[in-house]
Design a protein around this ligand. Structure first.
Ligand SMILES: [Zn+2]
Length: 265
């Protein structure tokens, strides 16, 4: 294995030439000088389309990569900007997303961590501010959305609401039961919010849905009747068990009251 390939693997970069790896005493960090391979130059940092060069951007700059053990690592290179027809003026380097101060692999690592642990734990492990976790997740989410159609091939979905800000705000979320993935989320929990999901999905893909699970909320049921009456509606087990427990409590209370009255009379 060639040395440059090892560096690329360790740094998690593609289409990148490693020019030099040095330890910068002042920054107390490893600095890796890089440049894009020829075929990756002048590609839009968002859609990867080849574009005309716009300008040299801010000149030479650094992107933080994931640490090597206890040592901070930065990629360093010029950050030229290109003019993309769709995305206007954007930074065009293969190792980082447009607008990012971190490398793609750093962003991807933080995003994965955010799905596995709390935002605070992510911030403790990675050298970033608490707010940056959210910024990075949003950037990766937008990027993923551009590369793949999350709503393609949906057959069996679940619709639910999630509370946040101590129950003051809600998100409506849609999951794909076949892959276990979250495919859509939006602020709010009302008919208008859920209609937005079906607008995005479109009529043809909606007609391909076979099963939809949801809790018993009437606002969800009303939209399902209007938008996709053909799909089988299922109650998810969590709510079925909760309803059964509530019913059991009612019966238990009634029995208790009956017995108490009988004992008193
Ligand atoms: Zn573009």
């Amino acid at each position: 294995m060639r040395e440059s390939r090892i560096w690329r693997l360790v740094l998690g970069v593609q289409d990148t030439v490693i020019e030099r790896v040095v330890f910068d005493e002042d920054a107390d960090a490893v600095i890796v000088s890089v440049r894009p391979v020829a075929r990756a130059r002048h590609r839009c940092g968002l859609c990867r389309t080849r574009c005309a060069r716009y300008d040299g951007g801010v000149g030479r700059r650094r992107w933080r990569s994931t640490d090597w053990g206890e040592v901070a690592v930065y990629l360093e290179a010029p950050a030229p900007r290109v003019s993309c027809r769709e995305h206007a003026v954007v930074v065009a380097v293969p190792w980082a997303r447009h607008g990012a101060g971190h490398t793609r692999s750093f962003d991807d690592t933080v995003t994965w961590m955010a799905t596995q642990m709390s935002q605070s734990a992510t911030r403790e492990l990675m050298p970033i501010a608490w707010r940056t976790v959210g910024v990075i997740v949003a950037r990766v989410w937008a990027d993923t959305g551009m590369q793949r159609d999350r709503l393609a091939g949906l057959r069996r979905i679940g619709i639910d609401e999630v509370a946040y800000k101590k129950g003051h705000k809600y998100l409506t979320v849609v999951v794909d039961h076949d892959t276990g993935r979250l495919v859509w989320a939006a602020e709010g929990r009302d008919k208008a919010t859920l209609h937005k999901f079906f607008d995005e999905l479109g009529e043809e893909r909606t007609s391909e849905l076979t099963h939809i699970s949801a809790d018993g909320a009437s606002w969800i049921a009303a939209v399902l009747v209007a938008r996709c009456p053909e799909a089988v509606r299922c109650a998810d087990p969590f709510h079925v068990v909760a309803w059964a427990n509530q019913a059991l409590d009612t019966v238990r209370r009634a029995a208790w009251n009956r017995l108490r009255n009988r004992a008193a009379s």
